[in-house]
Design a protein around this ligand. Structure first.
Ligand SMILES: *Cc1c(COP(=O)(O)O)cnc(C)c1O
Length: 374
């Protein structure tokens, strides 16, 4: 039998940049400075520049990046505990968790059936007088920005981007400051550099970007015990810092982001050209948007059978996500809205391997998919 095609082999991604990563880590080790040093500042500048934001603050991980934005927005009077927030129902649970922590009323909105991202018309419809915040999750690497979001911001709604999956993606619709790159579209954005993300650390890491100086200062202070200068604490904050070793690794990874996005894009294009089975729905990209393919998500009502079939042919797949946030035990009984589109997607989506793919492996997967009869 042919070799197994893994869903994701992170060692292979790391190996591509091994020499640069080893050198970057060695420089930090030898410097004697392991937190709040030059590697972190350099990475923060590079990240801010890459998405057209004025400020970037490195954080411990993506979930903390979201928490810091929400807390900073509260501390600076942009949001208040108890406010209503609109979140996409089809997302990873980390997009939603921080709002619960701060007592927000979470309103889940059904996805667009084509993009699987937040349905902008539904978001507009859901926004009422109590709505103060919107969580724009660029799910699977697809930019979810739209004119409706600009309109909601015009009504005073604070828009946070969850850019954990879409670093480097470009939206056809410009954001609040006229730029097009995710992370620079809304009022603030959260990034995750979890190892499997398109820019992955070798451990946990994240970041916040914003062009709001007051918010950036609050995020930076909150991530460092609430301290705005040494031994002077203006907030009861957290310890959510990015460390120098991860920052140095991320500097290398960010430098190669375009190259990585091109690889993913080429793989996605080849899948789209080669998969012809009408029982399978392929992901699609709207004119002018640039997808960065964090996941390549296909759909079929017979998903579990297809997953088993592929596994039998040595092709490993994954599901993003099998159980949506509102059906998780931690949220049991807390969301009364019916979310049939989200629940149907959860039963139909299947993620194909997309990173580090050779042409022959993609063709082998396409062939298996085309031969599949449910
Ligand atoms: C990965 C991810 C997060 C959380 O990031 P961590 O670094 O794992 O805390 C948040 N939102 C989305 C959409 C993600 O994919």
């Amino acid at each position: 039998m042919a070799d197994t095609i893994p869903f994701l082999n992170l060692a292979e991604t790391t190996a591509r940049y091994s020499r640069e990563i080893h050198e970057a880590v060695a420089r930090v080790i030898d410097s004697g400075r392991y937190l709040n040093g030059e590697a972190t500042s350099r990475f923060e500048s590079a990240l801010a520049t890459s998405c057209g934001a004025d400020y970037a603050i490195g954080t411990s991980n993506g979930l903390d990046a979201i928490r810091l934005i929400v807390r900073a927005a509260i501390e600076t009077g942009r949001l208040s505990p108890g406010d209503e927030v609109i979140c996409p129902a089809n997302t990873y649970i980390a997009s939603v968790i921080p709002f619960r922590e701060f007592g927000f009323r979470i309103r889940l909105v059904e996805p667009d059936t084509v993009t699987m991202n937040l349905n902008p018309a539904r978001a507009l419809e859901a926004a009422g007088p109590r709505t103060r915040c919107l969580m724009a999750v660029h799910l699977y690497g697809y930019p979810c920005w739209s004119e409706e979001l600009n309109r909601l911001a015009g009504r005073g709604i604070f828009i946070i981007e969850d850019n954990a999956q879409a670093i480097g993606a470009r939206s056809a619709t410009p954001g609040l400051r006229g730029t097009h790159i995710t992370g620079g579209l809304g009022h603030a954005a959260a990034f995750s550099f979890y190892p499997t993300k398109n820019v992955g650390a070798l451990g946990d890491a994240g970041a916040v970007t914003t062009s709001d100086k007051e918010l950036a200062d609050a995020v930076r202070a909150l991530a460092n015990y609430g301290s705005d200068r040494r031994y002077h604490n203006i907030y009861c904050g957290y310890n959510c810092r990015l460390d120098e070793i991860q920052a140095a690794i991320l500097e290398v990874k960010l430098r190669h982001l375009d190259e990585e996005s091109c690889r993913r894009n080429a793989a996605a294009r080849l899948y789209a050209e080669s998969i012809t089975n009408p029982a399978i729905t392929l992901p699609c990209v709207k004119q002018g948007d640039t997808h960065v393919w964090h996941q390549y998500v296909i759909r079929t009502p017979h998903r579990d059978a297809l997953k088993t079939y592929l596994a039998g042919r040595g092709i490993m797949t994954d599901i993003h996500y099998a159980v949506p946030p509102h059906l998780q035990p931690c949220f049991a009984g807390q969301f009364s809205a019916e979310l049939p589109i989200t629940e149907r997607l959860a039963s139909e989506v299947l993620s194909l391997p997309i990173a580090n793919m050779t042409e022959s492996n993609i063709l082998r997967i396409a062939e298996a998919l085309n031969a599949w009869r449910n």
